[in-house]
Write a protein that binds this ligand. Structure first.
Ligand SMILES: Cc1ncc(COP(=O)(O)O)c(C=O)c1O
Length: 353
């Protein structure tokens, strides 16, 4: 490039991360682990009721959202940081606790934004690989990789894209092995597995837990998440966060979303049933897969991973290629049973030639 300024070295070094951001409308979107049927109708009603010209003139106020979300998650308001999606939660955590050159420990493969924000901050990133045979959490290797100077540890539980999880005993071992590090347990897919470290926040001052409204709640467009930690940690992170990063509609939507527990329970039950259908369908076709604790399944299409993804797209079904990080693997998001029936029918037609 001939013009433009030189960026910070950390930015220059970063590999570009460019997830597809267009052309998904009207397709069966089994590519981003979103809710595939939409949020609770109560969210839409609440937004419509509160969306007035007057309300839009005011910078967002979070008092009601903080009170109601803290009650829902059974924490004190001071233990909760509202964020513009988990992505901002990761960014704020890193900006608060990680400096240029600091050691950050991750897993591989995992959610891309951990590396993204760590590198952006100029940290030194190290990664421990998921066990290749079953993609289980490499706990012993991970514990051995923790150093006294490690400043942050970011773990998705269950992990994306492997779908595998770590039990609470394992989480505790990490927390105890790294008392000096900010340990994030990212629970974006919590509702599909039920394992949570949230109650441990009062016990471990180095623990941070995140939740999102982008997955089971069906509000990825809203960009809203929650980050939990001790009151003292949350206070530091507030200092490092832009004061209005969560917009007023997102805060309203989150309040309404947590009111409809039945809707979430129903969607989770649907996904878990559809996940069994995916397992059965893949077994029938002789396609190896990794059992998942989340709303997606990674399967091994081998050399056909990219052709299968492309052929499904032509038939209006989107899935995500992951072969660049796990050989021959693609990931399918689990929708409801009717959607998964369609996916399996299309896959079978393509697979058996
Ligand atoms: C592990 C994990 N964390 C966080 C996110 C994104 O969450 P948000 O939309 O709240 O930024 C994803 C999305 O794919 C994810 O897989």
């Amino acid at each position: 490039m001939s013009s433009g300024l030189k960026p910070r070295p950390a930015v220059e070094r970063m590999a570009p991360y460019t997830p597809p951001t267009g052309g998904r409308a009207g397709k069966l979107r089994l590519d981003f682990n979103e809710n595939t049927v939409g949020c609770s109708p109560r969210v839409i009603e609440f937004l419509q009721r509160n969306l007035t010209a007057d309300a839009l003139t005011v910078y967002p106020e979070y008092v009601d959202a903080m009170r109601e979300l803290a009650a829902f998650f059974a924490v004190a308001p001071g233990e909760l940081l509202l964020s513009n999606g988990t992505d901002e939660a990761i960014q704020v955590l890193i900006n608060t606790f990680v400096d240029v050159g600091d050691d950050v420990l991750l897993l591989k493969p995992s959610y891309a934004m951990y590396r993204f924000y760590a590198e952006l901050a100029g940290a030194t990133v190290r990664e421990v690989e998921y066990r290749p045979e079953d993609l289980s959490f490499p706990l012993d290797e991970f514990l051995a990789a923790i150093r006294p100077e490690t400043r942050a540890i970011l773990v998705a539980n269950p992990n994306n894209p492997t779908g595998t999880g770590l039990d609470l005993a394992g989480v505790r071992k990490i927390l105890e092995a790294a008392p000096q590090a900010a340990v994030l347990i990212d629970e974006a897919y919590f509702e599909f597995c039920g394992v949570t470290a949230l109650p441990l926040v009062r016990q471990y001052p180095n623990l941070f837990v995140s939740r999102t409204f982008s997955k089971v709640y069906g509000m990825a467009a809203m960009r809203c998440g929650c980050l939990f930690s001790s009151v003292a940690n949350v206070r530091w992170m507030h200092k490092a966060q832009s004061p209005y990063s969560v917009n007023m509609l997102a805060a309203l939507a989150a309040r309404a979303a947590v009111q409809d527990r039945e809707y979430v329970a129903h969607y989770v039950a649907e996904v878990l049933a559809a996940r069994e259908m995916v397992y059965a369908g893949l077994r029938k076709l002789g396609i190896p897969f990794f059992p998942s604790q989340a709303n997606f399944v990674l399967f091994r299409a081998g050399e056909r991973s990219i052709p299968i993804r492309d052929a499904l797209r032509e038939r209006g079904v989107l899935i995500r290629d992951r072969s660049y990080e796990i050989e021959g693997c693609v990931r399918v998001t689990i929708g409801n049973r009717a959607q998964i029936e369609r996916f399996l029918t299309e896959l079978e037609a393509l697979w058996i030639r």
